[in-house]
Design a protein around this ligand. Structure first.
Ligand code: ZN
Length: 454
């Protein structure tokens, strides 16, 4: 019966198509699941969006910078539009810190001409369930234009014929029992518009198909096709396009890669906090955080901010949180009201001036020293008192091993760990501890992120 369907379906295609199908048949090997390895493309940097009119920590929005103005503008425009859309949804609720938008990305592919990026958006509004959505985008790096699936092919009609046959072949070989006869015929009538999304990966074109076209009631599928198979019908691609490995299956089922950095509320998390910087070792902490796609909170001393503007800016731009640790490490309860105001406001202003409007929402009182009038003052200045529950005493021992041990022994879901990024021994300790914590399944998040989920 199936043979008959094949015959009738093939009748609609040209002889050339049938020959193409035959030659694809020769290439067909047993498909294996491949591991999607999102890449951090060389030369790609991260930028962030901070709407000025709302508390900064409501928004944790980042997008890639390729260093090509038109492409970067497209990415920024996307991040800005998501931010504006969320602000509009919030309306008068925009000052409520419990509302949050997290936008994270992963560069799936990049050659000299094109890049594929997947964005994950995590939207949280008071009284509403968390909404998580994905958006895949392939852009022409030179024009900045977002490419449609049809833009990848010399001829859309030809592409539909060839892809239809490939899918037909794939399902016939692998999942014949899953499809009805009608769905088999439907595969041969594949339309580019039926692909819900697509993206490029090294050597592969991945298409996510409309589930209604495939299996009833089953999860939708993303199918990766070796681009070598499509060379004749694809438009010329950029150089640097990695050659396909011979061992790669011609077709594979892939799952959509998840951008690193999106927080999974169901997985354990902790907040590393670094006091008394910025200083000469802060960049090393930032390097390690960046390498492991992790984030932390830095409680800065106001008078050190202007002299280390680049570091503070980098801290913010890489998605970390910057908090207030007073202007000159004063014990706040000993101050007059005016002195207190100056210690706090001058530091806020210093961070705002170097951080393009970024406004700290957390204040860690030096020595943890606090009384009710200080607490009232901070509350009226939209600053939360940020203490800790794990003290590594790194400033006291200044010993790499002891600091590492204290971090690892006290690691626990929801913990806030106190460290100082002004001691090289502390920095050495966290260079070891960060990968080890991640190995234990911890997500390293900022204090405001931790408060949102724990
Ligand atoms: Zn301190």
């Amino acid at each position: 019966m199936r043979q008959t369907i094949v015959y009738h379906a093939k009748k609609h295609f040209s002889l050339a198509s049938v020959l193409l199908l035959a030659s694809f048949g020769l290439f067909l090997v047993i498909a294996a699941s491949i591991v999607v390895r999102p890449i951090v493309a060389a030369g790609t940097k991260t930028a962030t969006v901070h709407p000025k009119e709302v508390p900064t920590n409501n928004f944790d929005v980042s997008y890639p910078i390729f260093g090509i103005p038109t492409a970067d503008a497209t990415m920024k425009q996307f991040a800005d539009s998501k931010t504006a859309e969320f602000l509009q949804k919030l309306g008068h609720e925009k000052y409520n810190l419990q509302n949050s938008l997290v936008l994270r990305y992963t560069v799936l592919y990049k050659d000299t001409r094109r890049a594929s990026v997947v964005f994950t958006e995590q939207e949280q509004r008071v009284g509403m369930p968390t909404v998580i959505s994905h958006r895949t985008m392939t852009i022409d790096l030179l024009s900045g234009k977002e490419l449609g699936l049809g833009d990848l092919f010399k001829d859309e009609h030809q592409a539909e014929e060839v892809l239809g046959m490939l899918f037909f072949d794939y399902f016939k070989e692998r999942h014949a029992s899953e499809l009805t006869q009608q769905q088999f015929v439907g595969l041969l009538q594949f339309k580019l518009a039926n692909a819900r999304e697509f993206w490029l990966q090294d050597g592969l074109l991945v298409l996510r198909l409309d589930p209604s076209q495939l299996q009833n009631g089953k999860k939708d599928r993303s199918i990766a096709i070796k681009r070598d198979l499509l060379n004749d019908i694809l438009v010329d691609h950029g150089s640097n396009d990695q050659a396909t490995s011979d061992s790669m299956a011609d077709y594979s089922i892939v799952t959509q890669p998840k951008p690193g950095g999106a927080i999974d509320p169901g997985q354990k998390m902790l907040a590393l906090t670094f006091d008394d910087g910025p200083g000469g070792y802060t960049n090393r902490v930032l390097d390690t955080l960046h390498k492991y796609r992790s984030h932390a909170t830095f409680f800065v001393i106001g008078r050190q901010v202007l002299g280390h503007a680049d570091i503070v800016r980098r801290t913010i731009n890489e998605g970390n949180e910057v908090g207030n640790h007073s202007w000159d490490h004063a014990a706040l309860p000993t101050l007059t009201h005016d002195q207190l105001r100056q210690e706090v406001d001058d530091t806020q202003n210093a961070v705002r001036s170097v951080g393009d409007g970024y406004t700290p929402v957390q204040m860690r009182p030096p020595y943890g020293a606090l009384n009710s009038s200080v607490a009232d003052f901070l509350g009226s200045h939209n600053l939360k008192v940020a203490l800790w529950n794990v003290d590594t005493e790194d400033w006291l021992y200044r010993d790499q091993q002891s600091t590492y041990d204290r971090i690892m022994h006290s690691a626990g879901d929801g913990n806030v760990i106190l460290l100082h990024d002004i001691h090289p021994t502390s920095v050495e300790a966290i260079e070891r501890a960060i990968p080890d914590l991640i190995g234990q399944g911890y997500q390293l998040v900022t204090l405001s992120q931790l408060e949102r989920y724990r």
